[in-house]
Write a protein that binds this ligand. Structure first.
Ligand SMILES: [Cu+2]
Length: 292
C-alpha cells in the first residue's frame, strides 16, 4: 500500500472510531443526531477498512468479514474509547460500555484478522484475562466516582458551603434573607430531593440548589415544551454555548442560590439534562399554586 492510501485509510478508520466515541459521549442512547454521527462513524471506518483491503489484496481479509465484523469492531472501539472519555460524566453507563467495547472489538479483530494466526486458546486467555482487568478497572472507577462510603463527608461539605453562601447572601441583601428558602439536593443516583416542589405564584423564593454528588448536575425549570427544547440543546452539544438562564448548573460538591419568582400558577417540570441524567430519572415537578 502506498503511503497516501495507507494514511488516508488510517484517517478514515480513526475518524470513524472517534465519531462513534463522540456519539457515545453525547448521548448515544438518546439523541437522534448522535445515532447519525455513529452511523457516519461506522461508514468512515468501513471505508478505511475497504481501502486497506483493496491496497493489499492478499486474501487475508474477506469482504464479508470486513463489512459485517467491521461494524462490530468500530462500535466496540467506539464504545471502549468513548466510554473511557465519558467515564466521569456517566460512570454507571461507562462501567458496562467500556468492557462491552473491549469484548466486541477483540472478537471482531480476531474473527477478521487473527483467526488463522491465533489459536482459540490464546484469544480466550487474553480475552478473559485482559477483559477481567478492564471490567475490574471499570467497576473500581464506578465505585470511586459514585461511592456512597463518604456520605457523611458530603453532608458536612454541602452544609458548610450552603451556610457560607447563605451568610454572604444575607449580608448582601436583607431582602433575600427574608424570602422563603427552598432547598433542592441533587445526587449521583440521578434524583432531586425533594422531587416535588411547591411555590406560591408571585412570591419570591430563594432556591438553594445543592449538588451532593461527584458529577456536575443542573436544575432546569420550565414547561414541558421548554424542557424538551433544552434537552434538544443539550443533546446537540450546543447548550454549553447558549445555556439558557433557566438552567442552574452546579459543579460537584457545590451549591448555588438563585432568587426566583414564578408569576403564573400551574405545573412546571424540573430536570437535569447532563447526558443520560434525565433518562435515568433526574426529573420532578414544581407546582406554582395561585396566590391565596
Ligand atoms: Cu444530573
Amino acid at each position: 500500500m502506498n503511503l497516501p492510501t495507507a494514511h488516508f485509510a488510517t484517517l478514515c478508520k480513526y475518524a470513524g472510531i472517534s465519531f462513534i466515541a463522540g456519539a457515545v459521549n453525547h448521548g448515544f442512547f438518546s439523541g437522534e443526531r448522535s445515532l447519525l454521527t455513529a452511523g457516519i462513524g461506522v461508514l468512515a471506518y468501513l471505508l478505511g477498512g475497504i481501502l486497506e483491503m483493496r491496497a493489499s489484496p492478499d486474501g487475508s481479509q474477506r469482504w464479508v468479514d470486513l463489512l459485517g465484523l467491521g461494524i462490530v469492531s468500530s462500535i466496540g472501539l467506539g464504545f471502549f474509547t468513548g466510554g473511557l472519555q465519558h467515564f466521569p460524566d456517566s460512570p454507571a453507563r461507562s462501567a458496562w460500555v467500556v468492557p462491552l467495547g473491549f469484548v466486541m472489538s477483540l472478537l471482531a479483530y480476531w474473527l477478521m484478522q487473527g483467526r488463522d494466526r491465533a489459536p482459540l486458546r490464546t484469544v480466550l486467555g487474553y480475552g478473559l484475562g485482559a477483559g477481567a482487568a478492564v471490567l475490574a478497572g471499570s467497576l473500581i472507577a464506578l465505585q470511586m466516582l459514585t461511592g456512597v462510603d463518604d456520605h457523611d463527608h458530603d453532608h458536612d461539605h454541602a452544609h458548610a458551603s450552603s451556610t457560607q453562601a447563605a451568610t454572604a447572601a444575607s449580608a448582601v441583601s436583607a431582602v433575600s434573607a427574608a424570602v422563603r428558602e427552598l432547598r433542592i439536593e441533587m445526587d449521583d443516583d440521578m434524583r432531586f430531593s425533594p422531587s416535588a416542589l411547591t411555590v406560591v405564584a408571585g412570591e419570591p423564593v430563594k432556591l438553594v440548589v445543592v449538588n451532593r454528588g461527584k458529577l456536575p448536575h443542573e436544575l432546569v425549570i420550565g414547561t414541558a415544551a421548554e424542557l424538551a427544547e433544552h434537552q434538544r440543546e443539550m443533546q446537540s452539544g450546543s447548550a454549553a454555548h447558549h445555556h439558557s438562564d433557566s438552567a442552574i448548573s452546579v459543579e460537584a460538591r457545590q451549591s448555588r442560590e438563585v432568587l426566583r419568582t414564578f408569576d403564573k400558577s400551574g405545573e412546571l417540570g424540573i430536570a437535569c439534562f447532563q447526558p443520560g441524567h434525565y433518562e435515568a430519572g433526574m426529573k420532578g415537578t414544581l407546582t406554582v399554586s395561585p396566590r391565596s
